[in-house]
Design a protein around this ligand. Structure first.
Ligand code: GLU
Length: 920
């Protein structure tokens, strides 16, 4: 109701004004020069003059609107004509055109106040009557630089249209920290061509993998350029634009259908009540603008209109003030530009000086303050998110400070909202167990994400569930992780996909390295690992029970055995021939009738066997020749047994003498085992860039090896380690080693980690939703989901069975000591020997039973019973030479005691003699 009443009052007063006021009063003329139709400004002009004349009713204002041609001469003529009218001109509003400087200098020459509302390069000329309502150039450049700084871009491209734009960019250019030989030049400057096709320039920027662009061009060119940028995939979620045009907010970006982060600036806030009231009033007065309907929506009001309005308001306020103070004559006089004696505007200087001093009653463009030269030195710059239409920061010229108006939470929410709107493209590479091609059921066809499975897929699924976005996996075309290709001067693999805008996220076993971190962002780590060595376990040697035979060849064994028999036979004959071995059987009988020779073939075999076994023998030859033969055999035996002993030790330690590695140092010190890593991966880079001497040595060895020891993927590396022909150790990341040795029982991890690093989800630099992804990963970590996923893909979902840990334990006792199986042959020989001896003993026993039965006239069976009974009675240690079946055990023992006492004494003497070799 109030608004309706207000409107009616406005209209009534307008009609009265048209008929009564304008006709009769002396007027204060304001010259307005437009270069083209500026309907918004015209509305502001008409409304303001109307308001001043009806409400304030002091000076009576009128305006003379002229359209200025680009030709300076023509423009100057029009200005001079206007100045020379009867009413003269109190002040002139200039325009942004090629002729503006001539207009400015004419006004300055005649002290006519001249007002501008557009950007001008920095100037030190003192022009007393000129006032520019547009922010002073240097301050404005400074504000732009501060805003760019707040955007936290590491690198960016400045695209400018003309030299003026480059001047505006001066302070931004100073932000550049130029590093020679850096893979990145932090600030690139490119000029737009004559257009309208700028695709080649945009393509060039695309190839530079630069996502941050500062665009300084005319407002009307912004949308066409952004459309072309979209064609070049430069308008994705990860592209950031900063539009320096102060009218960029008036454009409609919806037709671009973009998720790019576009930021612009305004020097006024159209969300204030003052602004809305003012604009509403502008639309109420029914002036005619060539029959056109002028859009006066708040967000469509141009900066020039706002500044024009502020300037007009200040000018009219100042004139009114001066008018009411009666201290100045504000009458304007006609000025003839071509008259040499023409006097200057009488109060032009007064008005302009007063305008610089007076505090404006109201402004739409914020704080307004001028220096002596008429430069605007106080203003605010509002940094606006174009798609959100929200102010994200404000820069204040008064204290040169930038204040963020959006909390980090709001920024994150806005970013997440953007992410939720799109299908997030996730770049990855195939590699177990991170991403594998899923086997389809029979007759089933898989599409999209269904085609793949693995840890990476599950990880992104979980993150997407928490943040609420949809995603699609694709495999990077070159299958690489991502390294900088020096020849092509671009990044490969997953990192390349991010930089070239093909992907929003990249995930696999992608290591966070400082080189990659320079060009892309990483989420917080989801896995920690280190480089280690994958090597195969020692081959299981065939267990040889008869390894004790190895020290001699079979021929040596055969020769030795043959020689043993020959020597025994030879000794037999020698001892028969040598008189020394024929002995008196009864030493007490000095003239024996016969001599005895103990060296039958049995004793010869026993002596030679005892010698070669290093056990000696209780009887020894006495003849010179036989002793000679035996000593030669002893010599032979000595050499053979010591050679055998020495060789046996060497044979048993042979396995352990093969080169074995326990660490990277061990690897670096030997040449027999080749070692390598994945070509172009972070492990490769680790050795290449290492300053540590061992790793440098390893790098030299790896890089100079022919054929190459580097492999294209982990799978090839594992195969190479397993290949029986290759003696190859693979430097691999521990998580991957863990995965491989889980089921490949012939492989093992050697040594500790050489470094510590992590895997992360990569995304383009300065990704606004990085913190949302970080939060999701943290949550997955805290809830144990990350561990669960690892367990699933490392242990549970394996096709082959897991290696038996017990077997692994046994395997680890690799030959430090001899296992039972290694010496089994010796046990076997002992067993067989004892077995044969036992069989022989039984045979002897049975034979003896037979002779007893004959001698004692007993049946064989009875004799056997008596003998067995006797043999089993372990307490009896003496035996009669002629046992009687009926004999009691006690009487037999008494008799046999006597016999045995004799034989014991004899045997002791005999043993002592043989020990001391006194028998002869
Ligand atoms: N994870 C490594 C990378 O991101 C690849 C494997 C390796 O270098 O061992 O480059």
């Amino acid at each position: 109701m109030k608004i309706v009443l207000q409107n009616v009052l406005w209209l009534l007063s307008f009609v009265a004004y048209q008929y009564f006021c304008l006709e009769n009063q002396a007027v204060t003329n304001i010259g307005v020069f437009f270069s083209d139709e500026k309907y918004q400004s015209e509305i502001a002009l008409n409304t303001t003059i109307y308001k001043k004349n009806t409400v304030d009713q002091r000076a009576n204002f009128k305006s003379t609107i002229k359209h200025v041609p680009a030709d300076s001469f023509e423009a100057s003529k029009i200005l001079c004509e206007t100045l020379n009218t009867d009413d003269g001109v109190a002040a002139v509003f200039g325009t942004e055109s090629a002729a503006s400087s001539i207009l400015e200098s004419i006004c300055n020459q005649f002290d006519v106040p001249y007002m501008i509302t557009s950007w001008r390069p920095p100037s030190f000329k003192k022009r007393h009557t000129v006032l520019n309502f547009f922010p002073e150039a240097e301050l404005f450049a400074h504000a732009l630089a501060e805003i760019v700084k707040s955007l936290q871009w590491n690198s960016f491209v400045i695209i400018y249209e003309n030299e003026e734009g480059l001047i505006r960019m001066q302070e931004i250019l100073k932000l550049q920290e130029y590093e020679q030989n850096s893979k990145q030049n932090n600030v690139l400057v490119k000029q737009l061509g004559s257009g309208p096709d700028h695709r080649s320039l945009l393509k060039e920027i695309k190839n530079l993998t630069e996502n941050n662009i500062i665009l300084d061009c005319k407002t009307e060119n912004i949308i066409p350029i952004l459309k072309q940028a979209k064609d070049q995939r430069l308008l994705t979620l990860y592209n950031n634009y900063f539009l320096t045009s102060l009218d960029a907010h008036t454009l409609d970006y919806s037709e671009l259908g973009t998720e790019a982060n576009i930021t612009t600036i305004r020097i006024f806030d159209y969300n204030t009540t003052t602004f809305h009231h003012t604009i509403r009033r502008w639309g109420l007065l029914p002036f005619d603008y060539d029959g056109k309907v002028i859009n006066l929506e708040a967000d469509k009001i141009k900066t020039e209109t706002v500044l024009f309005y502020d300037a007009l308001l200040l000018l009219t306020d100042c004139i009114n003030d001066l008018e009411s103070s009666h201290t100045h004559n504000i009458a304007t006089n006609p000025i003839d530009c071509y008259n040499e004696n023409q006097i200057r505007s009488e109060f032009g200087l007064t008005i302009s000086a007063y305008m610089k001093e007076r505090k404006p009653s109201l402004t739409l463009s914020g704080p307004l303050k001028f220096d002596e030269s008429g430069h605007r030195i106080d203003f605010n710059v509002h940094v606006v998110d174009v798609l959100d239409k929200k102010v994200i920061a404000n820069w204040f010229a008064s204290n040169n400070s930038l204040v963020l108006s959006r909390s980090s939470n709001e920024t994150e929410n806005a970013a997440v909202a953007n992410l939720q709107k799109i299908l997030v493209k996730v770049s990855s590479r195939l590699g177990e167990p991170y991403l594998m091609v899923k086997k389809a059921e029979e007759g089933e066809e898989l599409y999209g994400n269904e085609r793949y499975e693995g840890y990476s897929m599950d990880l992104i699924k979980e993150v997407a569930k928490l943040i609420g976005f949809k995603f699609e996996f694709f495999i990077t075309s070159d299958g690489k992780y991502g390294n900088f290709d020096e020849t092509k001067k671009k990044w490969t693999g997953l990192v390349g996909d991010l930089l070239e805008g093909r992907a929003h996220l990249a995930v696999c076993d992608l290591t966070i390295t400082h080189q990659r971190r320079e060009v892309v962002d990483f989420s917080m780590p989801f896995m920690t690992l280190g480089i280690s060595i994958l090597y195969r376990k020692e081959d299981k040697k065939e267990i040889n029970m008869f390894a004790f035979l190895d020290p001699f060849s079979i021929s040596v064994w055969i020769y030795t055995a043959t020689l043993y028999l020959i020597i025994s036979v030879v000794l037999f004959f020698i001892s028969r021939m040598t008189p020394g071995d024929w002995e008196n059987p009864h030493p007490c009988d000095e003239n024996p009738e016969e001599l005895e020779n103990i060296w039958d073939i049995k004793n010869c075999l026993w002596l030679t066997l005892g010698s070669i076994m290093t056990q000696g023998c209780d009887i020894l030859p006495k003849g010179i020749s036989s002793r000679m033969a035996v000593s030669m055999w002893w010599f032979f035996s000595l050499i053979m047994t010591s050679s055998y002993t020495a060789n046996l030790a060497a044979f048993l330690t042979k396995d352990r003498m093969e080169p074995s590695i326990d660490s990277a140092e061990d690897l670096s010190k030997q040449t027999k085992i080749k070692y390598g890593a994945l070509q172009g991966g972070s492990t490769f880079a680790f050795f290449k860039d290492s300053n540590f001497s061992t790793y440098q040595k390893m790098w030299m060895s790896m890089s100079s090896a022919r054929p190459s020891v580097f492999v294209q993927n982990n799978k090839d590396g594992v195969k190479k380690v397993q290949a029986p022909k290759e003696n190859y150790a693979f430097l691999m990341e521990s998580t991957q080693i863990e995965y491989e040795i889980e089921t490949k029982c012939d492989l093992k991890q050697v040594g500790n980690w050489l470094d510590t690093k992590t895997y992360g989800i990569a995304m383009p630099m300065n990704s606004p939703y990085r913190s949302a992804i970080n939060k999701a990963i943290l949550k997955l970590q805290e809830t144990g989901k990350l561990n669960e996923l690892k367990n699933i893909w490392w242990k549970e979902r394996r096709n082959e069975p897991s290696c038996d840990k017990k077997a692994e334990g046994e395997d680890n006792a690799d030959g430090a000591e001899l296992a039972l199986a290694n010496v089994g042959g010796v046990f076997f020989v002992l067993g067989v020997g004892i077995g044969i001896a036992f069989v022989l003993a039984i045979a002897e026993f049975l034979w003896n039973v037979k002779s007893v039965s004959v001698e004692e006239h007993m049946s064989y069976w009875e004799a056997l019973k008596v003998e067995v009974k006797f043999a089993c009675n372990v307490w009896i240690t003496k035996k009669r030479t002629k046992p009687v079946a009926s004999e009691s055990s006690s009487s037999s023992s008494r008799k046999s005691d006597k016999i045995d006492n004799k034989s014991i004494v004899h045997s002791i003497l005999h043993s002592a003699g043989s020990f001391m070799n006194l028998n002869n």
